[in-house]
Design a protein around this ligand. Structure first.
Ligand code: PLP
Length: 397
């Protein structure tokens, strides 16, 4: 018999992945242009040209024994130094290579941090709605994930008072994701200050260290000039997980990093343990070619204006159809209130060849997530289908 934990995970499956497979089946049946698949957060904008030229240049110009060989489990020191310098320039911080570990994407980085921090039974808090994989990452290390209910009245900004009530002596970490998947909301500086104040207060009261893990794959996807607060400035025990999956459209390349600031409690111990975690989780180190490529692409960005154009077209189309949407400030997701049960709604949507993910998949029923990292044309073509769906629910204006 296999692991009981894995049996549970197999049974649970991933609603998002299942939806993706259904999209492929529908495309075969109805033709790709007639299926409106908004299920997956897979960027539709190609990586910047510089990424391609660097992949070729680095491959051709680097000694292959060096390029394809093992390196320190934390990554190439010169790459980590460049990442640190780039963060310092952007956020006025003082990191060095000794604060950076290159990782296998954000998922790899989060698993490394959780393996480093958690003892069995330790609690990890998240604000609903949240990226459901966090539950699996936490249970990988026998931690207990505790979700703080969504602050619907507060437009999905986390509620610091609810955070205070959820912290116990067993609380080891709080994971936040900003800009947020699935809501598209950017947590404001005011929200972050309130969270930091509660964490400080509780650390003092309980005599524990509570780490704030900031999961930031969408950091650069912010619209209308909105700022995404850099959390190490607000709270000493912050650990950051980053990836280029969304910001440079490289999700399959599996490249990211974690930041472990020197002022964190047990910073050196965390760093040393995280390097070992990177190795023994089986990552060993982040991909060598991609480390060298991203180090040359730190000034590059994706076409945020294209996502912005999608965001506006989808928001206008859906609100005109009668849907109530959270206006997204960041990431590439629209969070839409469902008339009635969200699972039933997303099943009904399939009648119109629309694929969206029920909010239940993010621990927040009553909503669906629409990933608009798709072609602009598809958004425009999908609006009449959304209007028919709205009409079925009597929403049309
Ligand atoms: N965190 C969030 C909130 C995400 O949405 C995703 C991917 O969709 C990840 C982490 C994982 O990102 P990566 O591909 O860098 O592992």
């Amino acid at each position: 018999m296999i692991s009981e934990k894995m049996i549970k995970m197999t049974e649970g499956g991933s609603a998002i992945r299942a939806m993706f497979e259904e999209g492929a089946r529908m495309a075969e049946k109805f033709g790709r242009e007639n299926v409106y698949d908004f299920s997956l957060g897979n960027p539709n904008i190609p990586a910047p040209e510089k990424v391609m030229t660097e992949i070729i240049r680095v491959t051709m110009e680097t000694d292959p024994m060096e390029l394809h060989g093992y390196m320190s489990n934390s990554g190439y020191p010169e790459v980590r130094a460049k990442v640190a310098a780039s963060l310092n320039k952007r956020f006025g911080t003082a990191f060095s290579e000794n604060n950076i570990i290159m990782t296998v994407g954000a998922a790899g980085g989060l698993n490394v941090l959780l393996k480093t921090l958690l003892n069995p039974g330790d609690e990890v808090l998240v604000f609903a709605p949240y990226f459901l994989e966090y539950g699996n990452y936490v249970s990988n290390f026998d931690g207990v994930l505790k979700a703080i209910p969504a602050n619907i009245e507060g437009n999905f900004q986390p509620d610091a008072r609810a955070l205070r009530a959820a912290i116990t002596p067993k609380t080891k970490a709080l994971i936040i994701n900003n800009p947020n998947n699935p809501t598209g909301v950017i947590y404001t500086e005011e929200t972050i200050k309130a969270i930091a104040a509660v964490l400080e207060e509780k650390q003092t009261e309980l005599g524990t260290s509570i780490y704030l893990i900031s999961d930031e794959p969408y950091r650069e996807l912010a619209y209308d000039g909105r700022e995404v607060p850099w959390l190490t400035k607000y709270y000493r025990n912050t650990l950051v997980g980053y990836s280029w999956s969304k910001s440079l459209s490289l999700p399959g390349e599996r490249i990211g990093y974690v930041v472990i600031p020197s002022e964190c409690d047990d910073a050196q111990l965390i760093f040393d343990a995280a390097v070992i975690a990177n190795r023994i989780l089986g990552f060993v180190n982040a991909p060598s070619l991609q480390q060298r490529v991203v180090a040359e692409c730190l000034e590059e960005s994706t076409d945020v204006a294209a996502y912005d154009k999608n965001r506006r077209a989808l928001y206008d189309g859906l609100t005109e159809a009668g849907f109530e949407c959270v206006y997204p400030d960041g990431a590439f997701y629209m969070w839409v209130k469902t008339p009635g049960d969200d699972k039933e709604f997303s099943n009904n949507a399939k009648k119109y060849n629309i694929l969206v993910v029920p909010g239940t998949s993010f621990a927040c029923p009553g909503y669906v997530r629409i990933a608009y990292c798709v072609s602009y044309d598809m958004i425009i073509r999908s609006i009449p289908a959304f209007k028919k769906l709205a009409a079925e629910y009597g929403l049309s204006k």
